[in-house]
Design a protein around this ligand. Sequence first.
Ligand SMILES: Nc1ncnc2c1ncn2[C@@H]1O[C@H](COP(=O)(O)OP(=O)(O)OP(=O)(O)O)[C@@H](O)[C@H]1O
Length: 768
Amino acid sequence: MSTASGASSRAGVEVDVEAGDASTYDNMGKTKAAALAAASPASSTSGSSQGLRILMKDLTYTVPSNTKKGEVAYLLRDVNAFLEPGQMTALMGPSGSGKTTLLDLLAGRKTVGKTTGHLSFGGVSPTKAFLRRYTGYVEQFDTLLGDLTVREMLTYTAELKRPTSEPLKDKRHAVDVLLQRLALAPCGDVRIGDPLTKGISGGQAKRTNIGIALISNPRVLFLDEPTSGLDSYTANEVMKVVRGLTSDGTTIAATIHSPTAATFALFDRVMLLVRGHLVYFGPQGLPALEFAASEWGPAAAGTASELLALHRAASTAAPLAIEAAGTSTTGAAGDDDNKAKQQKPAASSSSLAALAFNDAEVLVEAVTEADHRGEAAALAAAYAKSRLAQDNARQIEMYIAESAHGRGGLGGAKSSGLCRVATALGVSKCNSSGKVTGTSKAADVELGAADAASGGGEQSQPQQLLRQRTSSPFAAAASSGALSVSEQVAKELATRSETVTPWYWALWTLLKYRTSKNYCNPGWLGPRIGDKLLISLIILTLYLGIGDNFAPDNLINIQSSLFMWALLPAFGAASYVPAIVLERRLFVRERADGLYRVFTYLAAKLVEELILSVIITLIFSSYVFYGVQLKGAWVVFWLVYFIDLSVGIVLAYLVAALSPNMDVANAALPGFVVTLLFFAGQLMTVDSIPPWWQWYSRIDPLRYAWGALMLNQFEDNDVIFAGDQTILQYYGLAGEDKWAYIGYLSLFWIVFAVLALLALTYVRHQKR
Ligand SMILES: Nc1ncnc2c1ncn2[C@@H]1O[C@H](COP(=O)(O)OP(=O)(O)OP(=O)(O)O)[C@@H](O)[C@H]1O
């Protein structure tokens, strides 16, 4: 295990504060860079990634206000920032400041609202397909499959998110590496569980979610509160794993509330938001505090100034602290602040105070207090006027110009796109004709950018520090990045396919991991089999042996037994609703991650249900048909039951997809089924239904299911039933064709399945 980055970087901070000039920032940069390098695991899960520069210029996001009718609420205002490949940026601010909103916007996960301004990935406006396939997003809440073990969950995701050409054993190896890195190996084979059946712990679930995002080795990684619910040691360990990805150039942005000092030290930059305003974008740590104290104005910077003074006072014992901290640099990588303190009994209380100083807390506290005083806009204005903001703005302009340059004056569209992407990535150079001529270090690009921006003149201190810190781990990766890597990126940016794997692969994977578990799960099987078993046994025993008795007083019994048989699947459809409603969060997340298409998901669900339905309908229809001694063909009796059940399943999916929650679905489905009873032709004959309701009778699937069963039973035994009418005449079925009825019934399956597909695709219950 490597060095305790938090402790050693604290020492570096103290020296810088004491010295208080530009070189101290450089020292700090070096110290921190060394700590980061030490803290970073060697590489990502497999192979090398290549990050993309994300540019935001005047990025503004509005939604219809839920407090003032008819007005819009500005959730983000004129955000100007950039996320560099190989760097980790913290999105911070008080609760409700817009951190998650910004993360969602960058990751293309906003479903409502209006966005204006510039947002590009690698110089290109990102498509949904690109964001799904090549970025990772760790949500705040857990979206896991409770029946799978941690290892299975990661392998399942690997099979859906990594190329099909990669052998399964390599995917398994990548999963093993991740399990080790995320300290999940001890619980790798533990079932994840759900709120009712305890499985892994909350912290393990959080790490599994992070593993899911990491398994595809994404170019860009977004994390929403990745450390919430974790103890400080685990939080730091997890963030070190995440930090390790920057060595491959991955671009990382994470919202984070209250990181420990050690965790905060792992970040390169901070974006501080208050009420949707950007109030600071620059290096993390002391430079941010110095900025706050000097630029936010006396009132707004009150907290920061006070705490900065406190920090300076605490730093008077800096040399002692450094000495003490130096002894800890050989400690374990996971040492948190407490451990660091325990290892320094000789340090004075003031040096301990300095070591415990948490820049992140101070910053957030300062802006929260300012926000409470109603000074959010004042902070934003102060930042906008600052040298740092102007440096940042120039840098953004320069990056945008670089992208445009890459696009201009090129011979062919392909080389144009390639050059544009390669330039924007900061890994390649283009000649005047727009051809990619070679590779350059990201650091070179950034230094060049800064020089160009300032005309080679002076820069703000935070900007200078950034030059020191510029993606050193990534620079190595970038310098070795061949042209082919950029070609690959250009291809990815142009992708139109929203999934990595083809539909048949995804279908097979869903069946392999999910269906195999469901088929062994009594909680899943019970509701699907139990009601049909019970009612089929009741029909069997209640109508035992009456099916071949065509005496007038028995005909009513036969037709009602057939009606109940046709009705059973419609009521039983309720058991298929939870499969869609309760899984919605997981489905939305997996879709947003580009794991499969809606069609594939629905197809997998249907295959899973239909295989089981074939088996149970064969069994139940056999003993009912022969036990009741019905007439006609058994195969028709079974086929009608099977198709009827299948219609019930897709109807349940449609209702579930349209319902925002279980309560609505539970009310809607039985309500709809009851309306079908009235118009099926059994409670009231079809001829008696008033003309204004005839249309509904024609689109009632029950009418065709029961009609086909009646025709099968009576077409060769159409005996007198009422007056001089035969039973088929009485019910308006004389002369009808049972196969046509089976065909109509099948049409309902097709219509409901298509409507369910459309509803799953376009009806959004999760608005964000
Ligand atoms: N329709 C709306 N009208 C007005 N305000 C809204 C609307 N939708 C969201 N908001 C506000 O936008 C803000 C942004 O929320 P967001 O979840 O991005 O904040 P956050 O910084 O991530 O908070 P937390 O740290 O608590 O997760 C919140 O203050 C929320 O109340």
